[in-house]
Design a protein around this ligand. Structure first.
Ligand SMILES: Nc1nc2c(ncn2[C@@H]2O[C@H](COP(=O)(O)OP(=O)(O)OP(=O)(O)O)[C@@H](O)[C@H]2O)c(=O)[nH]1
Ligand SMILES: O=C([O-])CC(=O)C(=O)O
Ligand SMILES: [Mn+2]
Length: 614
């Protein structure tokens, strides 16, 4: 399109915008002047619009429509093989002062970063449509709704954001009506099209920038179309920017699932759990308890915004509308609830394998492995192939209300009272199956020293132990020392009685012969039962140097073939392992320097003394 004609069409798109807000129009206009798209499209969020956009993506080869009988209204997408996960090395927190970003984040001075961004975004949307997506994280009728507007040149992002957040006309109307603050979030895949140039199914750029400006609460993302890099309501807003808002406003934005566990007597407990990416949040959130009479319902599988209620209790809300779950390992035997939700359709799968009858498959979905598949790279695949059929970080993106087990409190803007918090990671050794903290401070210590072997959810080597405080290492939008301090100060005045009990869990410990020490998945309900019985004061525990672990008798192992010796292996506290762990914690804590809260330094000293006395 000639430049004059493009400009005319852009000004039409602006004058026909569904908002009269000068603030929004000026911003959108400015982004269009920089990125130079062919047109601007205002996303209304309707089903008709989604049908149109997904059909366009089918026609252009970005999406494959799945067999409608097996997966209605569902699509598969395949990313560029170099764009398969969050890119932590290219993720920045650009505070004015470097100190406010801290050692866990990449930093660049805002002015210098803006020079970069102005360079890469200049003309980055040429030949494309610029979509404007108004969205809200959490409830539209919350007391203080958290709005955002994402500008993107990726229709895949529009369709995925529609699943993950509440988007469209109602949201824009509410922003207008209340003149509300919104987080401006700008995303470009960084693949402009020259006149006549043909597009590729998954446009992206080798150069990537995932940038957050905490002071003005804005987000710029360039070069990737994938997951947390591109769906900016999720990790970028609901964790990185929200953690900064939470620090200012006195609440907590956390990387946690929220589960409602109901006892045989009908008493409900709400359990939050912070596990690093690909360490079991979605699976626990969709738990199918294996113990008689206990039931579970889901509130959230990834993000938990916690505020203090009027009676001083800590309440949690899930700000998302969809599940963005790791596909491999999600199957009929491990997670039937996810499978039932997925089968209802309305989903986008990314980097899974395709079956011959127009369905999808991934490792662990069914016990039987299909004889022939098309793998995530588009190659023919058989069980003899030596690469996985689905990428290890392949994902299903599915509306959360398709879960049969969704708790009714999911719809309550006040959220639920959190009774327990679990911190968990993936550790082959050292960390017992479950440990209750000695008190609230000791629980924060659990979180601050949380560690896990790295997974495929982020680029880089898999399997190295790294510290991941509160499972927030890649998501704390400010100085990590200030973040630990915020956990401490924001909860200080509320008293142990109002605060949740804290537990450290490890579903991934290995036995001497290399197998898992604990069966995991639905059997994790046994650990949750023990935890709520600890809250009620009815379950026994042994006090160890690292906290309270269950006695063999106190853990309900009915129906499990687990001897006392095997259980002892799962909960063992080994002096040599802990001496080594203490050394590693020291190295980790040294990073904080002056910023380490005194209370955590003290917890560390106390742990050291207890372990040395073993
Ligand atoms: N052995 C074992 N594996 C588990 C258990 N729970 C989850 N997993 C596996 O861990 C992987 C990731 O699980 P998810 O529940 O998707 O992890 P997540 O924390 O939601 O991941 P993100 O969405 O990246 O934040 C899958 O391959 C699961 O099969 C468990 O209890 N035991
Ligand atoms: O953000 C993503 O791409 C997916 C996700 O949930 C995570 O990595 O924790
Ligand atoms: Mn998940």
């Amino acid at each position: 399109m000639a430049d004059n004609a493009t400009q005319a069409s852009i000004s039409d798109d602006l004058s026909n915008a569904p908002t009269k807000s000068k603030r929004i129009l000026d911003w959108v206009k400015g982004v269009a002047e920089l990125t130079k798209p062919d047109r601007i499209y205002w996303v209304d969020g309707s089903a008709e619009e989604n049908d149109r956009l997904t059909q366009e993506m089918v026609d252009s080869g970005t999406l494959i429509r799945l067999n409608d009988e097996k997966f209605p209204n569902s699509f598969a997408a395949f990313s560029d093989p170099a764009d398969v996960a969050r890119v932590e090395s290219r993720t920045f927190i650009c505070s004015e002062d470097e100190k406010d970003s801290g050692f866990t984040n990449n930093w660049m001075a805002p002015a210098e970063m803006m020079e970069n961004l102005n360079r890469v975004f200049d003309g980055s949307m040429r030949g494309r449509t610029m979509y404007v997506i108004p969205f809200v994280m959490g409830h539209l009728d919350a007391e203080d709704p958290k709005f955002g507007i994402e500008i993107t040149d990726s229709p895949y992002v529009v369709a995925s954001m529609r699943i993950m957040a509440k988007i469209g006309s109602d949201v824009l109307a509410k922003i207008d009506e209340t003149d509300a603050f919104f987080v401006p979030a700008i995303h470009s895949v960084g693949y402009p099209l020259a006149e006549g140039q043909e597009d590729v199914p998954w446009p992206c750029n080798d150069e990537k920038w995932i940038v957050h400006f905490p002071e003005d609460r804005s987000i710029w993302s360039y070069g990737s179309g994938y997951g947390g890099n591109a769906l900016l309501g999720k990790k970028a807003y609901a964790l990185r920017i929200a953690s900064v808002m939470a620090q200012d406003e006195g609440w907590l934005a956390e990387h946690m699932l929220i589960l409602k566990l109901i006892s045989p007597e009908g008493k409900a407990y709400h359990i939050a759990g912070a596990f690093p990416s690909a360490c079991g949040k979605t699976n626990l959130a969709l738990l199918d308890p294996t113990i008689e009479g206990w039931k579970a319902e889901t509130l959230g599988d990834d993000i938990n915004w916690m505020r203090f209620g009027k009676d001083g209790e800590l309440r949690g809300v899930n700000p998302e509308y969809g599940l963005f779950g790791v596909a491999p390992g999600t199957g009929w035997s491990t997670n039937p609830n996810a499978m039932r939700a997925i089968e209802k359709g309305n989903s986008i799968f990314t980097n899974v394998a395709l079956t011959e009858d127009g369905g999808v498959w991934w490792e662990g979905m069914t016990d039987e492995v299909p004889a022939k598949l098309t793998d995530w790279r588009g190659n023919e695949w058989t069980p003899e192939s030596d690469t996985p059929a689905a990428h290890p970080n392949s994902r299903f993106c599915t509306p959360i209300d398709q879960l049969d087990m969704l708790a009714e409190e999911y719809y309550d803007p006040q959220g639920v009272k959190i009774d327990a918090i679990l911190f968990g990671g993936r550790r082959k050794t050292t960390i017992p199956l479950v440990t209750q903290s000695r008190d609230w401070q000791h629980g924060i210590f659990f979180g601050s020293t949380l560690s896990s072997e790295t997974t495929a959810a982020a680029e880089g080597a898999v399997g190295n132990v790294r510290r991941d405080p509160m499972a927030m290492l890649p998501f704390i939008g400010y100085n990590a020392g200030d973040y630990l301090n915020h956990w401490d100060t924001v909860t200080k005045d509320h008293g142990e009685a109002n605060l949740p009990k804290i537990f450290l869990v490890n579903w991934f410990r290995r036995t001497a012969d290399g197998g898992f020490a604990w069966p995991g998945f639905g059997d994790n309900s046994r650990v949750l039962k023990w935890a709520v019985e600890r809250i009620e004061g009815t379950a026994d525990a042994n006090e160890t140097a690292v906290g309270f672990v269950p006695t063999y008798e106190s853990m309900d192992l009915t129906g499990l073939d687990m001897t006392e010796e095997q259980f002892a292996e799962a909960i063992a506290v080994d002096k040599d392992e802990w001496l080594a762990e203490i050394e590693k914690i020291k190295v980790w804590y040294d990073n904080f320097g002056e910023e380490l809260p005194a209370s955590m330094a003290q917890q560390f000293e106390e742990l050291k003394n207890r372990v040395n006395a073993l």
